[in-house]
Ligand binder design. Structure first.
Ligand code: SF4
Length: 356
């Protein structure tokens, strides 16, 4: 058993956007409707005490939602101070849709050392296709975060293969993000992803632009992680590799869940029947995401890229007959991407060794 070290805390359970792929509001699990809208200070303090009792090393706490800024900048600032008081040293992060960021909020994040990541799917047309007419507000929000030192952490982009890959990447780079995370839309074998094009080809095209750039433009977590794994290093990722997943989620009422995205599988898939973090580590769903290779499908066990791909995101494996013991619904795409990156990295390693 590996302790949790990343705690997603939902400080508000509603959102002011209605993105069409949202895994909370558009999924089969509608349990958010029963949650209080806002986390109270009392509940937040209780969550922090549970984290403090559980921790056995560095931890991070991510203010999340719904849209966390609906809880108000003042509440988030109070919560940040409370988290440090109760947990001690803790890396504070916040994930937002960016539409409600104000100069006051950005300044509060700078005071409290909160690093803020923003969801944005590319340029105006690409973003507004799925995320309402939010582009202008998000762009302004990012500019306010960027005006503060060390507040803007980067962008999260859900891949839509009908958008041009390199244009999408370039549109994200225009905001000078320290990092970009490309996410595959949450899908599984019951609800497969839309496929106007190949996700593998799309990601390979972005990788080529990123990897061959004359200077490092930004950190792309998915690519960095795959390169690290190809070189024999280890990464903590829900998307690739075989390292134990160490994320726990707190709902606004303080109840504990597994990663939210499991809600895309079936109602209740993310729920945990226990309050205690230690007990949660013994829950089958958590164990399955911590035992690496032992949880993989037979196809993955035989796969040449097994240790790098790791079967992909656990959430994307769900199959009506096989449960989570199936390859990712993105198997072909992952195979293509990992094979491509492996060849690129090995070619460079060979070139550098022969040049010595
Ligand atoms: S590429 Fe497919 S078969 Fe190979 S490890 Fe990934 S999901 Fe499994």
């Amino acid at each position: 058993m590996t302790t949790f070290n990343e705690f997603v805390v939902k400080v508000h359970s509603r959102c002011n956007l209605a993105c069409d792929y949202c895994y909370v509001y558009e999924s089969p699990d509608q349990s958010w409707r029963e949650q209080p809208r806002v986390m109270t200070e009392e509940t937040f303090a209780d969550v922090c005490r549970r984290i403090a009792a559980h921790r056995d090393g560095p931890v991070s706490l991510i203010f999340h939602g719904g849209e966390p800024l609906l809880a108000g900048a003042a509440r988030i600032e109070r919560f940040a101070a409370l988290a440090r008081e109760i947990i001690g040293p803790v890396l504070l992060r916040l994930q937002t849709n960016g539409t409600l960021v104000t100069a006051g909020f950005a300044a509060a994040c700078a005071r409290q050392g909160i690093r803020v990541a923003v969801s944005l799917d590319g340029g105006r047309a690409a973003n507004d296709k799925h995320r309402g007419q939010s582009y202008s507000r998000v762009r302004n929000g990012i500019a306010l975060l960027n005006a503060e030192r060390d507040v803007f952490a980067g962008l999260l982009c859900v891949v839509d293969t009908s958008n041009d890959p390199v244009e999408t990447y370039a549109a994200l780079l225009a905001h000078e993000p320290p990092s970009v995370d490309f996410l595959l839309p949450h899908a599984n074998w019951v609800t497969p992803p839309p496929r106007p094009g190949s996700y593998g080809d799309w990601l390979v095209a972005v990788f080529e632009r990123w990897y061959r750039a004359p200077v490092r433009e930004t950190r792309v977590r998915l690519f960095d992680d795959i390169v690290t794994l190809v070189l024999g290093g280890s990464v903590t990722s829900e998307t690739v590799g075989l390292a134990p997943v160490r994320v726990a989620v707190f709902e606004t009422d303080g109840s504990l869940e597994q990663v939210d995205a499991l809600k895309t599988a079936y109602p209740g898939a993310a729920s945990l029947p226990v309050k205690d973090l230690e007990a949660a580590l013994r829950e089958p769903g958590v164990v399955a995401r911590q035992i690496g290779v032992a949880a993989l499908a037979p196809e993955c066990l035989r796969c040449p890229v097994r240790d790098v791909c790791g079967g992909g995101n656990y959430v994307h494996r769900y199959h009506p007959a096989r449960g989570f013991r199936a390859p990712s619904v993105y198997c072909d795409d992952l195979l293509k991407l990992v094979t491509h990156i492996t060849a690129a990295v090995r070619a460079d390693v060979a070139r550098l060794s022969s040049a010595r």
